[in-house]
Ligand binder design. Sequence first.
Ligand SMILES: Cc1ncc(COP(=O)(O)O)c(C=O)c1O
Length: 382
Amino acid sequence: MKKKLKLKKIKFIPVNTPVIFKEDKKNVNICLKTNWLSSEGNFVKEFEKKFSKYNNRKYGIAVSSGTAALEISLKSLNIKKGSEVIIPAFSIISTALCVVKLGLKPILVDSDLKNWNMIPNDIIKKINKRTKAIIITHIYGFPVDMNNVLKIAKQKKIKIVEDAAEMIGQKYKNKNCGSFGDVSTFSFYANKHITTGEGGMILTNDRKINLKCKSLRNLCFGIGKKRFNHDDIGWNYRMSNIQAAIGCGQLKNISWILKRKRGIGKRYHSQLKNNPKIIIQNLKTTYAKNIFWVFGVLLKEKLKISRDEVVSKLNRYGIQTRNFFYPMNKQNALKKFKVFNKKEVYPNAEYLSAKGFYLPSGLGTKNYEIDYICKILNRIVS
Ligand SMILES: Cc1ncc(COP(=O)(O)O)c(C=O)c1O
């Protein structure tokens, strides 16, 4: 019989705890004092300018979420209905929604179990005459090893939407993630490296894409006297001045944020790396250092204990977790589109989805909480 763990029980450790900086509060107070609350305020422009500069891109378009950023970005590329867009089988549903909502066909690519990202060679194999765009989505810790994909896409005039929602501040071979796509997207949801509560950003170097994205996020208002005669079907996906005020404060602290996130990752890594029953990500690959958006854990395939049992035991110790994404080919919401080839299988995406979960890894997660979580996890899965 296993001995009972002698640990002082911690009541509750949330899967994410954000950190609010003094600069965020100061900026929000400026909004409140000056009455500039809506997207017309100066913080929106400042955040767009500073965030695009940080990522070495010409234009930034602040929006209401990472999902909105994907929808606007893909629509800005003006792709003919029925064309194919390559996406990962393992990602948030937003990656597929932007495709099917535009009447385009998502083509799925399985994940590499070494880094949980799209397999670059499989992306290349799925390219054909109907392929008009690829959504390169970087998942959890590492960027997609995308050099060859970018080269081939350029040769074949296929557009790249780079989804860097989870990769703020991450580099791929010394260049920032989010600076590779024809158009790139970010999320500032509360669990991202930089948060505005809810929010997103689009970056591009292309003047036309910039103008189209700006118009699409703002209902495609007409110009001048024709303001209320709208040019196209757009959305109200604007970011408020208050959100951007927080974003500006957060961006000032990006060096500390990246250091702390990597510190959290390393602390988990050092205490879990010797557990033979689980798989965790490496600290680095040949092309990137893990940014640890979240600290993911994958149970080995043939374990007796299921992911649900592990998670529910952790929950009983007050440790909140989140399961990994659900594979696109199995999503209820996408079934009615009948876009996926039933004969195609995505075993790695399905394995990640069935056996993976992530541990509390927000910026506010404390070292003693990490140590407690590791002790308990090593005990439960031993
Ligand atoms: C890879 C990826 N893309 C897009 C999104 C969507 O961002 P949001 O939640 O801001 O809509 C997320 C959210 O976590 C994500 O992980």
